[in-house]
Every structure is written in C-alpha cells, then in structure tokens.
Design a protein around this ligand. Structure first.
Ligand code: KG4
Ligand code: ZN
Length: 374
C-alpha cells in the first residue's frame, strides 16, 4: 500500500512536471523531497534515489573488490579510475530502477569526506555538475553521518537520543546522537579501526581482501574459545578502542606456529573475532547505560558481522536496551544512507556551493558537532 502510494505520487509528480510538489494520498498537502545520493569515498561507486530521507526507491552499488583484490587492499589511483568509469552508468541505473528521470530529482547529496581524495572527487565533481545543470540544490555529506543514518532507512528507527557504534574499515567510534545532525563522540579507536583489524588479520592468514566477510564465514567453522586473544581496553573508564595489539597477538601466534597455523585458521579467526566482538558489544552497552539511553544501534561495514549482530542483540536485550541494526545491505558503503542524511540538511536549508571541496580526514560540514566525527 505504501509502495503503491509512493509510486502514484511519483507519477503525479512526473505528470505535473513540478519538482517535489504533489498531494499526499491521504489528501494532506506535503512537499516530499526526492534525493539522489552519491557515494565514492573508497572502493564502491554507489547511487540511490531516496524519498524524504527514509524510503529507498533504488540503490545501486558497483563494487571494485575484484580490481583491488590482487593487491591485498585498495589502490587509490585505481579506485579513482574505476569510479570515473562507473559513475554515469551507476547513476543512470539508480534513476531507471526508481522509474525516474533526472528532472524528477529535487536535490543531490554526495559524500565529501572522509575518504580517498581522488575517489571522493569523482562523485563530488559529478554531483556538483549534475545539480548545477539541473538547477537543483546539492549538499556535501560526511560519510560517517551517512553510516549513522542507515538505521533511519529501516522501518523501526531509534528515537532520539540513542547511542550508536560505528565500526567500519576506516573508523570505529561510539556516538551519542541527539538529533539527525547532532552527535557527540563518546569514544573512538586509538589505532586500527575494527574493520581494518579484520582486513589485516585476513591478509596475514592469506585470506584475501577485504577480510571481514571471509573471517565472518570461516569463524563459524572454528572454536571461539580454544585460542583466547587479548580484549583491549575492556574496562569501564573509557569508550575508546585499540585493535592493533590484538592484531599483533594474532601475528605472533602465526609466527610461533609456522608449521601448523594453516590447519588452525578457523580457530584463529574465531578467537580473533570473539575478542573484537566482546569489546565492541561491551562498550556500546556500557556507553548507552552511562547516558541512560534505552536505544542502541550498530552501523558500518563491521555491523554486517553475524557474531557481532548476535552478541549486541543478546547483551543489549539482557540490559533492557532496544537494539537497532540495519539490514546487511545497508551496513557497507551505499548511497541511500548519504541521501538519508542529506535530506535533513537540505530540509533545514543547508546546501553546498560550487567552491566547496572534499576532505580526507577531518569532518567540516555545518552540523555543530561534526568536527568530532573524525
Ligand atoms: O563501512 P564500510 O563498507 O567501508 C568503510 O567506510 O570503511 O566497511 C568496510 C569494512 C572492511 O574493513 C570489511 O572487512 C568490514 O567492513 N566488513 C566486515 C564484514 N563485512 C565487511 N567485518 C566483519 N564482518 C563482516 N561480515
Ligand atoms: Zn563506510
């Protein structure tokens, strides 16, 4: 019913030729915003069409994994070139999957950082030119805010305030979220991100890149209790993380078991994963309790992890917390999450200008707490 309603509204909009202005099916007047999201911060070229920051009409992701796989990690120069090849077809597919023409769009939201500068520039310059030609507003989005907004694309999003764990390949942090555009950082990694630890351990074991999904799968075949690796920073005084010591402990185990570690891979990755998941789950639950928040969420590529999803659901439930986890498709990099947060900036009149630029490390868009999102 909802979907039919949306499709009818969209057809009405197309017929009337008026951008973003039509009548709700229930007769109430409303201005929905149809946003094209674009994401090219790392090794995925993604575009999505999202209505009012919550309803996904299409989401297309072109992965570059096959390109970077032989190198055991993302090669920035290759990533930029692949984005250039993919950006136009990916945007066209997102529009056609949504049953739309570019003229139906009300605005564009695009990742402006953090990420690989050459990769970011492809999506960013495309978005600038595209919206300039269409004479519609556009806004540059902090990728981390995008990940946080993946929970708002699900049917039962958390109410404010809530505490979210963002665990990806480049970042791991816990944020207290008080509105769509206000976040306070409660803790973050002091060295490697959780996803980075997965990728490095996978590389040490010769499991290829990226390592998260393969470790997730292999860990299911191992015994998580046979090899006990250190649980770093697992105390109540800080919500910071540190995963490089754990990675080194796995490396040392491999070094000291040169002759037989290959036969132990499932147990090694299961032990490593259990240590990561223990720390992440413990910290998000403690962080929520410290703020008296009843709602927690986990987002980012590592939130796709089966064991992490299970453990946070259990630990959260035991502590009377409602746990919000996006579907696996929305955990990794995608453009729907960029459109989702873009809606809230654009709705409040925040848009970017032609002189705006991308950034590699430190967030600097307009939300008051965004500089904290490193
Ligand atoms: O959010 P994301 O797609 O990109 C960044 O913003 O970094 O996260 C990618 C990271 C990679 O390190 C990858 O190994 C990890 O997420 N990852 C996983 C799983 N799927 C992806 N880690 C653990 N378990 C998974 N199932
Ligand atoms: Zn990401």
């Amino acid at each position: 019913m909802d979907r039919e309603c949306t499709e009818r509204k969209i057809r009405l909009q197309e017929l009337s030729g008026k951008k973003g202005r039509y009548r709700e099916c229930n007769g109430k007047s409303k201005t929905p915003m149809i946003i094209l999201g674009i994401e090219t911060s790392c090794d995925e070229t993604a575009a999505a069409v999202v209505v009012d920051g919550k309803r996904i009409l299409s989401s297309v992701i072109a992965s570059q994994v096959a390109t970077h796989h032989p190198y055991g990690g993302v090669v920035p120069e290759l990533a930029s070139r692949k984005h250039i090849e993919a950006i136009v077809p990916v945007v066209n597919t997102a529009l056609s999957d949504a049953g739309m023409d570019s003229k139906d769009l009300d605005a564009v939201a695009v990742t402006c950082g953090p990420g690989l500068v050459g990769a970011l520039l492809v999506g960013f310059c495309f978005a600038k030119a595209f919206s300039f030609a269409l004479e519609i507003p556009w806004v540059g989005i902090n990728h981390l805010e995008g990940h946080i907004h993946s929970v708002f694309l699900e049917p039962d999003p958390p109410p404010f305030p809530f505490v979210v764990l963002l665990a990806s390949g480049g970042h791991t942090g816990i944020y207290h979220v008080t509105s769509h555009t206000r976040y306070e950082i409660m803790g973050q990694t002091r060295d490697d991100a959780a996803g980075e630890a997965y990728d490095k351990v996978a590389k040490m074991l010769g499991l290829g890149y990226p390592g998260g999904a393969v470790i997730d799968r292999l860990a299911g075949e191992g015994d998580p209790d046979r090899l006990v690796f250190p649980r770093p920073f697992i105390d109540k005084t800080t919500f910071d993380f540190s995963f490089s010591g754990l990675k080194t402990a796995v490396g040392r185990y491999i070094q000291t078991h040169k002759d037989d570690y290959l036969q132990q891979i499932p147990d090694i990755v299961a032990g490593f994963q259990e240590a990561v998941v223990d720390v992440l789950s413990y910290k998000i639950v403690q962080a929520a309790m410290s703020r008296g928040c009843r709602h927690i969420a986990i987002v980012g590529g590592v939130a796709a992890n089966k064991r992490l999803r299970e453990k946070v659901a259990d630990d959260g439930g035991r502590n009377d917390l409602k746990v919000h986890i996006p579907s696996v498709d929305l955990c990794g990099d995608n453009a729907a999450m960029i459109a989702a947060i873009g809606y809230h900036y654009l709705k409040n009149g925040t848009a970017s200008g032609l002189s705006d630029d991308v950034f590699s490390k430190i967030g600097r868009i307009q939300a008051p707490c965004v500089p904290a999102l490193k």
